[in-house]
Design a protein around this ligand. Structure first.
Ligand code: KIV
Ligand code: NA
Length: 266
């Protein structure tokens, strides 16, 4: 398998080939993603919830992210590695540069992900991109804003809010982002954002019209404690191995079979 690259992802959007993304937090599962041909592995700060057992992503530190990123990197070869800037490591541009340097330099990530489109975030995206650290933006339901949102709530339901997300997507692209995760928005807004930008849009709870899909690994294996989120699907149900579940997910993302209407918000 040819290594997945940042320009390669953009080419996939142009060719209409859907991008398969999953989270990973350790070496063994990274190797499973690699073997299944998953395009992008994301070391998400969701590890605060599914690995550490917290109620949000806020307790995750940069040291935690570097540790898990380095472990995942050892399991990958062709799969592209993206790692999250954790809560408040994006407080200003110098901290964003330090975090990017550690996640790429120590951790082995090829790209870092940053939530939101506030003015200092746009500055940070530009600062990282101009120092050859590719950035994935993250808009819509950005989990680090859980207290501002008053919970994990679908974003962009009203016209004005939807227009704001589209404007933010154009702004992060303009700032130099090479990829965009769009989370927890109505299907129509997922389609609007995907058409509004030239960079690939990876959806999670953002409908079927995005350029790719991402799920939290534990959700798609059906091992997340408690209730599975509406937008995810248990791909291990009725299958006999993790490898089979990952292969089914990759097939369903590439064919467009996932997400189905029951995984989407209107
Ligand atoms: O932390 C994470 O896992 C994420 C994805 C759900 C996009 O940011
Ligand atoms: Na995250």
């Amino acid at each position: 398998r040819k290594p997945v690259t940042v320009p390669g992802l953009r080419a996939m959007k142009g060719e209409g080939r859907r991008i398969v993304v999953l989270t990973a937090y350790d070496y063994s599962f990274a190797w499973q993603l690699e073997t299944a041909g998953v395009d992008v592995a994301l070391v998400g700060d969701s590890l605060g919830m599914v690995v550490q057992g917290h109620a949000s992503t806020l307790p995750v530190t940069l040291d935690h992210m570097v540790y898990h990123t380095a472990a995942v990197a050892r399991g990958l070869s062709a799969t592209l590695l993206v790692s999250d800037l954790p809560f408040m490591s994006d407080r200003d541009v110098p901290h964003m540069l330090d975090a990017g340097a550690r996640l790429v330099g120590e951790g082995g990530a090829a790209m870092v992900k940053i939530e939101g489109a506030a003015p200092h975030i746009l500055d940070g995206i530009h600062a990282l991109a101009s120092r050859a650290i590719p950035v994935c933006a993250h808009l819509g339901l950005t989990p680090q804003s859980v207290h501002k949102f008053g919970g994990f709530r679908i974003q962009g339901r009203e016209q004005e809010a939807a227009d704001r997300v589209v404007a933010e997507a154009k702004a992060v692209e303009q700032a130099g982002a090479d990829l965009l995760v769009l989370e927890g928005v109505p299907t129509a807004l997922g389609e609007r954002v995907t058409r509004a930008v030239g960079i690939p849009v990876i959806g999670i709870g953002a409908g079927p019209h995005c350029d790719g899909q991402v799920l939290v690994l534990q959700d798609m294996l059906g091992i997340t404690p408690g209730k599975r989120p509406k937008f995810s699907k248990d791909f291990l149900a009725g299958r006999d191995s993790v490898a089979a579940a990952l292969a089914a997910y990759a097939d369903d993302v590439r064919s467009g079979a996932f997400p189905a209407p029951e995984h989407c918000f209107s």
